[in-house]
Write a protein that binds this ligand. Structure first.
Ligand SMILES: Cc1ncc(COP(=O)(O)O)c(C=O)c1O
Length: 365
């Protein structure tokens, strides 16, 4: 078996233990004579998989019985539309922080819904195009009193900027977070939010679904006149079993949650900080590499940097690949290098990258 150090931003590396467990269970799950993929989503063998996955996630996020956890198809992107469809009513307004590609995409979907409904979207801060990349500071954000909700993206996967402190919207305004690329990766008070969600394919499991955590009280405020599957209340009232959910993805998500629990959250969070710090320290120790995010907003999940020329960047990516380090090329919209190091990315892979970076600079600097 040969596995590479996979720096992909998503779908991304999964814990090897999880893949091996899935392999063991693949054709005969615990003596049931069938794969999880082949089971009825309403059967007695599948139910505990579903319910345990939710319970472990809630435990890890530190959210209680006033919250529901939903599995919704369409990934993170569908949440960009479902949020305003459910919570931005005619005549209301919602606050959006435009912090980059993803905060901007969420904002754009909200504008589509707002224009159909006669509602307003307030861009309460905009640093999407800033170079170096960053998040807005707390005093830059012009929150709106009485907004229906406020939306932020906690970690911009492409630019590599991350909120280190979660901003607080105007009093009484529910906060919604897109946490696709940093959920369960660092210390965070999830109870500051009324809803948060993540496309699963980064820190949680396979692609194709979003894991949505929503306060029951907030979900109850959702619009009633929507197609069934676009209402949070449908998923909530039916424990995400109104239609056939992505059972295999949920099963892997459950295994990943057990793995996170086994590592110990605190250990994992500490390791994440150390992994990122090692790469940033190489970047800071030279004039050869140039970090693309402001130091105080540097993401611990997506480390972005440039080399002196695009030719050197291409050479860097190609040589790293030969050494078993894949997917270091930055997103096509921004170029450069992006080393994505989610929870399941091992420290050995970071060490391999760090030593390669030093070597590459010696030869080409
Ligand atoms: C921060 C963030 N939000 C949302 C998305 C969209 O998720 P999906 O591709 O599951 O629709 C992504 C995808 O990379 C992302 O990084």
């Amino acid at each position: 078996m040969s596995r590479v150090y996979n720096f992909s931003a998503g779908p991304a590396v999964l814990p090897l233990e999880v893949l091996q467990q899935a392999q063991e269970d693949l054709v005969d799950y615990k003596g049931t004579g069938m794969s999880v993929m082949e089971m009825s989503h309403r059967g007695k063998d599948y139910s505990p998989i579903h319910d345990e996955a939710i319970a472990t996630f809630k435990e890890l996020a530190g959210i209680g019985d006033d919250w529901s956890v939903l599995f919704i198809q369409g990934g993170g992107s569908q949440q960009f539309a479902m949020v305003p469809m459910n919570f931005l009513g005619a005549g209301q307004s919602a606050d959006y922080v435009n912090s980059g590609t993803w905060g901007g995409k969420a904002l754009k979907e909200a504008q589509v819904v707002a224009s159909l409904r006669g509602a307003t979207v307030n861009t309460v801060a905009n640093c999407a195009k800033d170079i170096p990349a960053r998040m807005p500071t707390a005093d830059e954000i012009k929150w709106t009193e009485g907004a229906a909700y406020a939306h932020i993206c906690t970690n911009e996967t492409i630019s590599g900027a991350q909120f280190k402190t979660i901003p607080t919207p105007a009093a009484g305004v529910p906060l919604i977070g897109d946490m696709s690329s940093d959920i369960l990766s660092c210390e965070r008070d999830y109870n500051k939010f009324d809803m948060f969600y993540a496309g699963a394919q980064k820190n949680l499991g396979p692609s194709g679904m979003a894991v949505v955590a929503i306060k029951k009280e907030f979900a109850a405020k959702g619009a009633a006149t929507l197609p069934t599957l676009l209402k949070y209340s449908t998923h909530l009232d039916n424990n995400s079993l109104y239609n056939t959910p992505p059972t295999w993805a949920i099963y892997i998500f459950g295994l990943v949650m057990k793995w996170v629990k086994k590592q110990g959250k605190e250990n994992l969070f500490k390791l994440n900080r150390e992994k990122a710090a090692k790469i940033y320290s190489v970047i800071d120790s030279t004039g050869f590499y140039r970090g693309t995010a402001l130091p105080e907003f540097r993401s611990d999940m997506n480390v972005t940097f440039r080399l002196p020329t695009e030719e050197l960047e291409a050479q860097f990516v190609a040589e790293a690949k030969k050494l078993g380090m894949s997917s270091l090329k930055g997103h096509r919209s921004v170029g450069g290098i992006r080393a994505t190091i989610y929870n399941a990315f091992p420290m050995e892979g970071v060490d391999a990258l760090v030593s390669f970076m030093k070597d590459f600079e010696k030869k080409n600097g």
